[in-house]
Design a protein around this ligand. Structure first.
Ligand SMILES: [Zn+2]
Length: 376
């Protein structure tokens, strides 16, 4: 391998790591902000519950005053009834007394209702207080984690940037420019050649190109995807090992209600993992950046089965093993966890190995890399 190509390979590793670290650093404050929003929501709930308790207490005091007033009136009417002259006057007073007594009973009922309500209100306040306490503890922990992770990431970033600069210095100007242009467009600028194929785009190389890469005496780029090509004899040996020596890949079920796919090109998003799922007559589609695991765009829903709803996404895509519950994926939020991302990567590698060892299937035809002017 030319030393320049080897430097490029290390450069790509550094670029990937820098991108991952930068993404992680950018993501941390967002996570803290999300918990802070949740905390504010719980605080609002608590405020509301406490305000309701206060309002109930005020109403209770108002009812107490009403009853005291009514009792005062009754005793006043009783005093007056001792001095009445006519039967009609007496009847009228008696009527007033009965009316006031009814009012007292009605108000007492309302007080009872308030007292019954008070228990429920109390529970609401206590629950909100407990939740607030738990969330406050969680946010402290998250903030500390974020601070620690950011400091670690920044340290690593400095190291990787130094490595990158060193590698860049070891690559010729023209090659470096080519690498960066393709890298920007495709997410990677250098690809391995295995079993006569470019591992970047899975296209078979012409025999002459293959030989040129294999001899390692000159810089060769893939005719299809423009990535700089390199050859690693150790990998080639491994790839040519009989299949039974490698663990057999588990095959995803054709009729599974959830299906994962890998696509090499997906609009501006580059390489992505797609998750298509059927649930209650609806098909949904999630798109994840295959390097960061971040959700790209919104979750799309369409009528019917995903095979009918999203045929354009499935055609030419690599079907992968993966199954997570809808609830799990909702909990992921905007980014799938590393464990999920890793398992998809491992399965993709296995699937690509499988495709390689099968007789040549239909290769993709990638779009040409735009010219330097158009790309920048
Ligand atoms: Zn290629």
């Amino acid at each position: 391998m030319l030393p320049e190509i080897e430097n490029l390979l290390h450069l790509q590793e550094a670029d990937k790591e820098i991108r991952r670290l930068q993404d992680e650093v950018a993501e941390l404050p967002k996570r803290v902000a999300a918990i802070e929003r949740k905390l504010a929501g719980t605080q609002a709930q608590l405020d509301k519950a406490q305000a309701a308790v206060k309002a109930d207490e005020a109403t209770r005091r108002k009812y107490d005053t009403t009853i005291a007033d009514l009792r005062g009136k009754i005793s006043k009417y009783r005093d007056q009834s001792l001095d009445v002259k006519t039967n009609d006057q007496y009847k009228a007073l008696l009527h007033e007394i009965q009316f006031a007594e009814k009012e007292i009973t009605a108000t007492e009922d309302k007080i009872l209702e308030l007292m019954l309500n008070a228990d429920a209100r109390d529970k609401e306040v206590k629950a909100a207080q407990a939740e607030l306490k738990a969330e406050a503890a969680e946010i402290e922990k998250e903030k500390n984690d974020a601070r620690r992770r950011t400091a670690e990431d920044e340290k690593q970033l400095t190291e990787w940037r130094a490595k990158r600069d060193q590698m860049r210095a070891g690559v010729g100007e023209d090659l470096l420019r080519h690498y960066e242009r393709v890298s920007k467009f495709r997410g990677s600028g250098i690809a391995e050649v295995l079993d006569h194929k470019c591992m970047g785009c899975q296209v078979m190389l012409r025999p002459q190109t293959y030989n040129d890469v294999r001899t390692g005496q000159q810089t060769v780029v893939c005719d299809s995807c423009q990535r700089v090509l390199y050859f690693n004899p150790a990998h080639e040996m491994q790839a040519l090992e009989p299949e039974h020596k490698r663990a057999r890949r588990h095959h995803p079920k054709i009729d599974a209600p959830q299906a994962w796919y890998y696509r090499q090109e997906y609009g501006d998003a580059g390489e992505v993992f797609l998750c298509l799922a059927n649930a209650s007559g609806q098909a949904s589609r999630r798109v994840f950046d295959m390097h960061t695991g971040r959700l790209v765009g919104d979750i799309l829903s369409r009528e019917g089965d995903y095979r009918q709803a999203f045929p354009e996404d499935i055609t030419g895509a690599v079907r992968l093993n993966g199954n997570w519950s809808e609830k799990d994926m909702e909990n992921w939020g905007a980014e799938m966890p590393m464990t999920a991302l890793d398992s998809l990567h491992v399965d993709l590698e296995a699937a690509q190995y499988e495709m390689k060892s099968r007789p040549a299937s239909k290769p993709e035809t990638p779009a040409p890399v735009p010219t330097e002017q158009a790309a920048s």
